[in-house]
Write a protein of this length. Structure first.
Length: 110
């Protein structure tokens, strides 16, 4: 969806500008980018992101298939000749945001 891609591009630009100010490359300038970056990451935004990620987790549930002795994703459909193993790529992509956490497992990396 082009709308989401544009918002991501905008957030990336703001973060790059804020990083440039924070690391001192333009230390004397007004830190507008840093303020804008801070405004993008409010508690309300965090709560909304957490809710969205929880809803994605609810959609992509683990389902056991005792006949195949495997677990698969309840939401993903990769076709009859492919198996949507759990955790699916969607969940692996979400999890990679927490790759620095000690409980993160490298085998989840997409």
């Amino acid at each position: 969806m082009q709308f989401l891609r544009a918002r991501l591009d905008e957030e990336e630009w703001i973060a790059k500008e804020a990083l440039g100010w924070q690391t001192g490359s333009r230390y004397e300038e007004q830190p507008r980018a840093w303020v804008r970056h801070s405004e993008c990451h409010t508690p309300a935004r965090t709560f909304a992101e957490v809710e969205v990620k929880r809803r994605i987790l609810d959609l992509h549930r683990e389902v056991e298939d005792p006949q195949e002795m495997q677990t698969y994703c309840s939401e993903c459909d990769l076709g009859r000749d492919k198996y949507p193993y759990y955790p699916c790529t969607t969940l692996r992509l979400l999890a990679v945001l927490y790759a620095g956490h000690p409980d993160y497992r490298e085998e989840w990396r997409p």
